[in-house]
Write a protein that binds this ligand. Structure first.
Ligand code: DC
Length: 236
């Protein structure tokens, strides 16, 4: 059945500017932003909190499955504190873990657990529930390929590793996390390799996605290009 409002899938590697761009696109359209990476981060966070080794695939899969089934891990759409529209926040046991899921260690942990099939399966429905009605922007890695292969608009947002590392470093520094460019670039390349090489839901571009390279466009240009794309598709 056709949705009244579109599902907008924005996939791409870490540091391409996805979070800010997706947020601004959702805001411009009055859609809800669904940050799917936060779910993988929350699984790594929960496993660590429960003393489960991230190398133990079955145990981590068990943590994710139980947490979703019991409602301990959930997504909530909340009004944005700093602007119009709504955004999802991940909840762990009713609490918002906030920046605790945004450390470099949780980035690596999320990348690791996201390769586990049982973790991806556990998180699939949670993501689909939010998109079902449309009027959403989902930001992730496999939205246009796996979660919503029927998304009305698919964008693959990318940028060179150097540009992405520089942006990530600025984000970390803005949050007071100490880091240097060489190690951030190393992490970016390592995560790319892992995200692209895994056999389960590797990072790849949907054949019908529109590729937007944000190393060549400034932020406003990138946001504009995507909003125009959505409007053009909706007008058909
Ligand atoms: O977008 P992010 O940096 O918060 O994502 C954290 C990790 O989760 C990243 O290494 C890839 C993974 N991820 C995924 O596999 N599928 C998604 N839809 C979103 C994120």
């Amino acid at each position: 059945m056709a949705r009244a409002k579109p599902v907008v899938a924005i996939d791409g590697p870490a540091g391409a500017g996805k979070s800010t761009v997706s947020q601004r696109v959702a805001e411009a359209l009055g859609f809800t932003l669904v940050d799917t990476g936060s779910l993988y981060r929350a699984v790594a966070f929960l496993a660590a909190a429960e003393g489960v080794s991230l190398d133990d695939v079955a145990a981590v899969e068990g943590v994710a499955t139980r947490a979703v089934a019991s409602g301990r891990l959930s997504l909530a759409a909340v009004a944005r504190p700093d602007g119009p529209g709504r955004v999802t926040e991940v909840r762990v046991g009713g609490l918002f873990p906030g920046d605790a899921i945004r450390t470099p260690a949780m980035s690596m942990g999320a990348s690791q657990v996201s390769a586990y099939p049982g973790v991806r399966a556990a998180l699939l429905d949670l993501q689909r529930q939010f998109g079902r009605e449309g009027a959403v922007v989902l930001e992730g890695r496999d939205i246009g390929t796996v979660v919503f292969p029927d998304a009305e608009v698919k964008v693959f947002l990318t940028a060179s590793p150097e540009v992405r590392a520089r942006r990530r470093l600025e984000e970390l520094q803005a949050r007071g996390v100490e880091a240097d460019l060489a190690s951030v670039l190393h992490d970016v390349i390592a995560r790319d390799a892992r995200d692209a090489a895994r056999s389960i839901a590797p990072l790849r571009e949907a054949p019908d996605a529109v590729r937007v390279d944000s190393s060549q466009l400034d932020r406003e240009g990138t946001i504009d290009a995507i909003v125009r794309l959505v409007e053009a598709r909706a007008g058909r």
